[in-house]
Design a protein around this ligand. Structure first.
Ligand code: ADP
Length: 136
């Protein structure tokens, strides 16, 4: 059992998110905490120049809404966190700052079936200092 579990969710594949959030609830110690995390990737500056100034704020706001909805559907209590930057780096940073003892990550998008592990999941597995559960 684990006391602090990071559940990073890609909001474009919410059904995977539901699955790993439920898994986290199964593995959580009484009195432990789940951190439900989404990382919003930053828009490259050469694109950002043509975009409305609040595009990042909107994306962060939208990600928060999606995660709240997911938490509500799963009927699992979690702390919602939105970070910005490269997903793998921010997932690892979140695990460190929360002193997590487990990260639960989905393996890859169903339509990317020629890979066993997506690139974000791959980086997290290789660099995490805590245990990582890769859900297939
Ligand atoms: P794929 O390229 O097939 O989507 P990834 O390695 O990017 O594979 O994603 C696998 C898992 O990594 C996702 O299901 C999710 O758990 C996590 N993940 C990927 N991107 C993000 C993100 N931006 N924020 C939070 N978690 C993410």
């Amino acid at each position: 059992m684990f006391r602090k579990i990071i559940v990073p969710v890609d909001i474009s594949v919410l059904e995977k998110g539901l699955d790993i959030l439920n898994k986290a609830a199964d593995l959580l110690d009484e009195g432990g905490q789940i951190v439900l995390l989404n990382v919003v990737e930053e828009v490259p500056s050469y694109l950002a120049i043509d975009m409305p100034v609040d595009v990042m704020d909107n994306a962060v706001h939208d990600a928060g809404d999606r995660l709240r909805e997911l938490m509500h559907n799963a009927k699992v209590d979690a702390k919602i966190e939105i970070r910005t930057g490269p997903p793998a780096r921010e997932i690892l940073a979140a695990a460190k700052s929360h002193a997590a003892d487990l990260i639960i990550i989905a393996s890859h998008r169903p339509d990317f079936s020629n890979y066993l592990l997506g690139s974000t999941a791959d980086r997290v597995v290789r660099h995490a200092t805590c245990s990582v559960l890769v859900r297939r």
